[in-house]
Design a protein around this ligand. Structure first.
Ligand code: NDP
Length: 395
C-alpha cells in the first residue's frame, strides 16, 4: 500500500538543511509535499522557494519584512498565505497545514517551534540540535504528551538511530554498551594551539567534507559541534554520559557506531551528504532515493580513526563537563557558544578565545534545575548577557 503524502513544514527553508530537504521532497511528489516554508530575513530566497514548491503558507520571522514577501510572491504569481513573526512560526509548526516538521532553524531561535511541533504530535525531524541541547527533558516530555515521533536528522544521530533495534529503544535492554559518534575533526584537525591563534572565519567555515551554514561550520572547527552532539545523544537515546564516545574519522564516511555487549559494532556508512539522513527521516520506516551518489568503498582509500585532541579543542571537553553538571548547564553552554561564535564570525573574538568565553560563562552561572521553558529562556538570556559582558571586558 502506498503511504499517504506527507505534508511537511520546512522551518529554516532558506538554509543548508532546508535546501537539502526541499531537494529530497521535490524528488518524490507522490510521497512528500512542502506545505509550509519559513525563513528569518531572506525574502528573495524564500520567495524563490515558494515559486518552486508552491506551499500553502510562507512565514518570515522578521515582521518588518512581511509586506515585502507578500509583494514578491504576488509578482511571481504565487498564491499562498503569508505570515510573519516568531509566534506565527511557532503556530505554523503546530498547525493543521503539516503533519511533519523539519526543524532546521539555526540556534536557540528554533526552540519554541521544535517544542510546538512535539506538543502537537507531529513527526519531528530534528536538525536544530540546539533545541534538544537546551531543553532535552522538556522536549522529550512535550513529545510524549503530543504522542508524535522524533527522528534525528543530525547525521550522527540518524546513523545511531539506524543502528539501534527499533530506532530509540531502551539501551540497557537492547544490550548496548556504547554509542560512538564520529567527528570529521573539522578544517583544523592536527593543528597545534599556536597554529590556531590567527585563523579567520572564512578558514574556519571551509569544512573539508560537509557543506553547511556558517554557525555549525565554526562549531565543527572548534569541536563544539561534537560536544553539542554528545549532549543531543544523551537525551535522544537515554545514554549515560560515560557511554558516549567520540572518534575522529576524517573521511566522514562512517557516520557513527553502536557497540553491543556481545562485541558487535554496527555502523552506518554513506557519502557525506545530508540528503541521506533527511531522506531516511522523511520516509522512515520505508526508504526512498535521496539523489546521493553511491558509496564506492574500493575507491575511497583507507578509513582512519583517532581520538579527539581535547587539550587543543577544549569546547568538546566543556560540553562533556556541562552534561556531567546536568540541569541547565548545557543550555548555558549553548547560549555562551552562540554569542562566542557570532563574535568570532564578526571578527570580534579570536578563535582560541571561543572556549575561554564559554568557560567563563559556565563558571559565573553554576547549573540550576530545569523547571520550565520560561525559566530556561530566562537563563539563556542571562548567559548571553554574561557572555557579552565578558566579551566587552576582553576587548
Ligand atoms: P543555515 O544558517 O544554513 O540556515 C539557517 C536557517 O534558519 C535559515 O533558513 C535562516 O533564515 C533561519 N533562521 C536563522 N535564524 C532564525 C531566527 N531567529 N528565526 C527564524 N529562522 C531563523 O543553517 P544550517 O542549515 O546549516 O543548520 C540548521 C540547523 O541544522 C542547525 O541547528 C545546525 O546545527 C543543524 N545541522 C546542520 C547540518 C548541516 O549540514 N548544515 C548538519 C546537522 C545539523 P535566513 O536564511 O532568512 O537567515
Amino acid at each position: 500500500m502506498t503511504p499517504p503524502v506527507r505534508k511537511i513544514a520546512v522551518l529554516g527553508a532558506t538554509g543548508s538543511i532546508g535546501g537539502s530537504t526541499l531537494d529530497v521532497i521535490a524528488r518524490h511528489p507522490d510521497r512528500f509535499r512542502a506545505t509550509v516554508l519559513t525563513a528569518q530575513r531572506n525574502v528573495d530566497g524564500l520567495a524563490a522557494l515558494c515559486a518552486t514548491h508552491r506551499p500553502e503558507l510562507a512565514v518570515i520571522a522578521d515582521p518588518a519584512l512581511e509586506g515585502q514577501l507578500a509583494q514578491r510572491l504576488r509578482a511571481a504569481g504565487v498564491h499562498c498565505e503569508v505570515a510573519s513573526g516568531h509566534d506565527a512560526l511557532t503556530a505554523a509548526a503546530a498547525g493543521p497545514l503539516c503533519d511533519t516538521v523539519v526543524a532546521a532553524i539555526v540556534g536557540a531561535a528554533g526552540l519554541d517551534s521544535s517544542l510546538a511541533a512535539a506538543r502537537s504530535g507531529k513527526r519531528l525531524l530534528l536538525a536544530n540540535k540546539e533545541s534538544i541541547v537546551m531543553a532535552g527533558e522538556l522536549l522529550l516530555r512535550a513529545l510524549a504528551e503530543g504522542g508524535g515521533e522524533l527522528i534525528p536528522v543530525d547525521s550522527e544521530h540518524n546513523a545511531i538511530f539506524q543502528c539501534l533495534p527499533g530506532g530509540r529503544p531502551d539501551l540497557e535492554a537492547s544490550g548496548v554498551r556504547k554509542l560512538i559518534l564520529t567527528a570529521s575533526g573539522g578544517p583544523f584537525r592536527g593543528r597545534t594551539r599556536a597554529e590556531l591563534a590567527g585563523v579567520t572565519p572564512d578558514e574556519a567555515c571551509k569544512h573539508p567534507k560537509w557543506s553547511m551554514g556558517r554557525k555549525i561550520s565554526v562549531d565543527s572547527a572548534t569541536l563544539m559541534n561534537k560536544g553539542l552532539e554528545v549532549i543531543e545523544a544523551h537525551y535522544l537515546f537515554g545514554a549515560p554520559v560515560d557511554r558516549i564516545d567520540v572518534l575522529v574519522h576524517p573521511q566522514s564516511l562512517v557516520h557513527s557506531l553502536v557497540e553491543y555487549l556481545d562485541g558487535s559494532v554496527l555502523a552506518q556508512l554513506g557519502n557525506p551528504d545530508m540528503r541521506t539522513a533527511i531522506a531516511h527521516a522523511l520516509a522512515w520506516p520505508t526508504r526512498v532515493d535521496a539523489g546521493v551518489s553511491v558509496l564506492d568503498l574500493a575507491a575511497s582509500g583507507a578509513l582512519v580513526f583517532e581520538k579527539p585532541d581535547l587539550a587543543t579543542f577544549r569546547c568538546l571537553a566543556l560540553a562533556y563537563q556541562a552534561l556531567r553538571a546536568g540541569g541547565d548547564a548545557p543550555a548555558i553552554l549553548n547560549a555562551a557558544n552562540e554569542v562566542a561564535v557570532e563574535a568570532f564570525l564578526a571578527g570580534g573574538l579570536p578563535f582560541l578565545s571561543i572556549p575561554d568565553l564559554v568557560e567563563s560563562v559556565l563558571m559565573e552561572l553554576p547549573r540550576a534545575d530545569v523547571v520550565d521553558v520560561q525559566s530556561l529562556v530566562e537563563r539563556d538570556r542571562m548567559a548571553r548577557e554574561v557572555a557579552r559582558r565578558v566579551l566587552r571586558c576582553a576587548c
